[in-house]
Ligand binder design. Sequence first.
Ligand SMILES: *[C@@H]1O[C@H](CO)[C@@H](O)[C@H](O)[C@H]1NC(C)=O
Ligand SMILES: *[C@@H]1O[C@H](CO)[C@@H](O)[C@H](O)[C@H]1NC(C)=O
Length: 238
Amino acid sequence: MQSKTCLLLMCAVFMVKGVVSLHKKKLNIAVIVPDDESRMFSIKHIKPALSYTLEYIKNISLLPDIHISTLFADSGCSPKDAPIAAFNFHMKHKVDIFLGPVCDYSLAPVARYSPYWNIPVISPGGFAHNFGANKSEPDSEYPALTRVGVTFNSLSVTILEIVRHFKWNRIKIIYDGNSMEDIAPRFCFLGAAAFVAYSKRYKMDHEFYMYVPSVHNTEEVLREKVGNKYSGKCLRFL
Ligand SMILES: *[C@@H]1O[C@H](CO)[C@@H](O)[C@H](O)[C@H]1NC(C)=O
Ligand SMILES: *[C@@H]1O[C@H](CO)[C@@H](O)[C@H](O)[C@H]1NC(C)=O
């Protein structure tokens, strides 16, 4: 009698196990990155890395009870296309996580809405310093965003620590706001903005000047904006 009960119980356990593996939990990753192949984080560039990773996760049985699928949409590296893609994903599929957008202005609206849908956003982009604001504050703008790449926050801190180390006391930031647009729109502008914000935080005396290549003459800028005041033996740093 006892052995019969035991057998029944074992059967039940096997059945439950069978049911579980038949109904694997689904995890939908919505990837929102540019279709434009000239971007280093385009769909074509990201897809192989993602499928390699998913294959690896399967190989080592890291998440045996979870079936992971990936969905892709074009962010257009645009502040309009990316949130529309996110809305569509949210309406049509049960999205568990957004991977991307990468471009700052595409990421911002997606990361602003995602807390309302309770969907986390993981991005290797979002270089601007304000994405790094304290997420525990009640009025935090991007509480569901995690950045996993290098940022302008760490760049600014590194440079300012070097400035402090060498006891330099005059900083002039000369930047071309439209430069390096091939990486992401307003890339250099956001870099300079982060540096200005951190210079304030570090209480470092700083001035900034926007250099527009089509209007300004480099020699003049060096003479007038750098001149004797900002030049020196140690200044050939950047
Ligand atoms: C997964 O395992 C297969 C078979 O052993 C192997 O060919 C493949 O290279 C592995 N993939 C990864 C990403 O580790
Ligand atoms: C972030 O905000 C929370 C809540 O206001 C506060 O307790 C915490 O100390 C802050 N963290 C940092 C690093 O400022």
